[in-house]
Design a protein around this ligand. Structure first.
Ligand SMILES: [Zn+2]
Length: 484
């Protein structure tokens, strides 16, 4: 049945919006504009917005049409988070697809791409892809694709890495993940030489290679030394995984990209210097891209002094310094960083975030629910990003990079995936209201000047703050990417 999302502001270019409505079924049929282009500054407060609406004579939609009232919020294409760990199957004592996908829908996210390394078996071949798909089937509220992975454990005589890679490409994975350093026994890291081997194979395809880039040699050597000296606090952890560790790995990966021509992507970049290397390489025509996450854009190592969030803030790589934060924001604005992801990785905090020995604290933040309001609040509303850039970083750029051809844009023919964003109301982050399994966040008590009011996936609400959603977990579908 045809439906209409009415009373919405739609971003056109820059900070311009138009009042409009979207006609859709599962797909977008038509976008109608009911006002000319206006600048955001003309509706940036509730008073200004009401004034604008009073002066405008908006024709009502025909009465018999099934409609969703957008309540004069901003509509964006459903956000896409291409870096999450939902842990199904195998690590469900930390999080699972029901919780993760529900949290995502509450965060305006309609599609995620799940990492291959935090499930058992990991997604390293065609058979394991099917096992994961069977485990996830009927359990996701939102659409999903999978990363494939290439792990050190599989470099042995009996396993043909290239064959496994092609099996996964046939299965429709979005990209391949490798680690320069990994903390997981079930998904070990690769030497630079092995990454080069993998890159040579992937370079024959169009599929990206995502890299966790911190130099293993540097990190392990320092960690050993610190542990010998009995140093087990956050300072030692951060000193072991410092800017140099990231920059060294990024530089090695750039060399590999230059040699092989693979499409490489640095996940969760944390440092300004790492970004500078990437920007330089891009300028030289090297096919490298990068993402960063809200925690790297908001926190610094000073925040580890705050004991109420110290353990919650632990990630790998760790957050860096003021200067890095600034440069990362700058990278988002200039396009040297391609998108913002969360690296959503939760756990039960009482079990794994409570140790006094920082080496033993689980590293990861369940952030999928907070990314959209965060980027609107801290990026757009603080004038670090335009409205258009914000939407691109949350959705459009991600869809384009990973080949999610039906997603990422408000455009006739695309999936009717939307998030309604209220930019005229504030919220204070309260972890007890989170929907992931582990309810904790370093953003506790932080005020966001943006709220996700509702999320629509393929024409059906999967989250509405004011009423029950139309669809439940199980509605989400696998997206297979065509990559050859
Ligand atoms: Zn990750």
């Amino acid at each position: 049945m045809k439906r209409v999302l009415k009373n919405i502001f739609i971003n056109t270019t820059g900070n311009k919006v138009r009042l409009g409505e979207i006609h859709f079924t599962g797909k977008i049929l038509e976008i109608k504009f009911l006002s000319g282009e206006i600048d955001w500054s003309e509706i940036s407060t509730i008073e200004k917005k009401n004034g604008f609406l009073r002066n405008l004579n908006v024709p009502g939609s025909a009465g018999s049409i099934d409609f969703i009232d957008g309540n004069y919020n901003l509509v964006i294409p459903g956000a896409i988070d291409p870096h999450v760990h939902f842990d199904t199957p195998g690590f469900e004592f930390r999080d699972d697809f029901e919780h993760g996908s529900t949290a995502a829908a509450h965060g305006g996210v309609t599609t995620i791409i799940d990492m291959p390394c935090t499930s058992l078996p990991p997604v390293t071949n065609g058979k394991n892809f099917e096992l994961k798909l069977n485990a996830v089937r009927n359990r996701s509220l939102i659409d999903f694709a999978f990363w494939g992975g290439i792990r050190g454990n599989d470099f042995c005589k009996t396993i043909d890495i290239e064959k496994q890679i092609y099996e996964l490409i046939d299965s429709g994975v979005a990209a391949f993940k490798v680690y320069v350093i990994s903390g997981m026994d079930t998904f070990t890291d690769l030497t630079y030489d092995r990454i080069r081997e993998v890159a040579t194979i992937l370079a024959k395809t169009n599929i990206p290679m995502g890299v966790h880039a911190e130099d293993k040699n540097l990190v392990v050597t320092r960690r050993k030394q610190f542990k010998l000296e009995g140093k087990n606090d956050w300072r030692a952890y951060c000193a072991a995984r410092d800017i140099e560790a990231e920059v060294t790995a990024v530089s090695e990966i750039i060399k590999i990209v230059r040699e092989t021509g693979v499409r490489a992507h640095i996940v969760h970049l944390s440092s300004g210097e790492g970004l500078r290397k990437i920007a330089q390489a891009k300028q030289n025509g090297i096919s490298i891209s990068a993402e960063t996450c809200p925690h790297y854009l908001f926190f610094t190592q000073k925040d580890f002094e705050n004991t109420s969030i110290r353990n919650y803030l632990k990630t790998a790589p760790p957050v860096k310094f003021e200067n890095d934060k600034e440069q990362l924001w700058n990278g988002l604005a200039t396009g040297n960083l391609n998108f913002v992801t969360t690296d959503h990785a939760g756990c039960i905090p009482e079990k794994e975030k409570s140790s006094g020995n920082f080496w033993e604290v689980y590293g990861g933040i369940p952030g999928v629910e907070h990314r959209v309001p965060f980027l609107f609040s801290e990026g757009f509303l603080k004038n670090k990003l335009t409205l258009e850039q914000t939407v691109n970083l949350l959705s459009t750029n991600v869809a384009e990079y990973f080949g999610l051809t039906s997603k990422g844009k408000l455009e006739t023919g695309k999936d009717a995936d939307f998030a309604l964003i209220n930019l005229w109301k504030t919220q204070t982050v309260n972890s007890t209201e989170m929907h992931s399994m582990g309810k904790y966040t370093p953003f506790e008590n932080i005020k966001f000047n943006a709220i996700v009011e509702a999320t629509v996936l393929r024409g059906k609400t999967v989250m509405d703050k004011n009423k029950e959603s139309e669809e439940k977990t199980g509605y989400g579908q696998l997206i297979k990417i065509k990559n050859i």
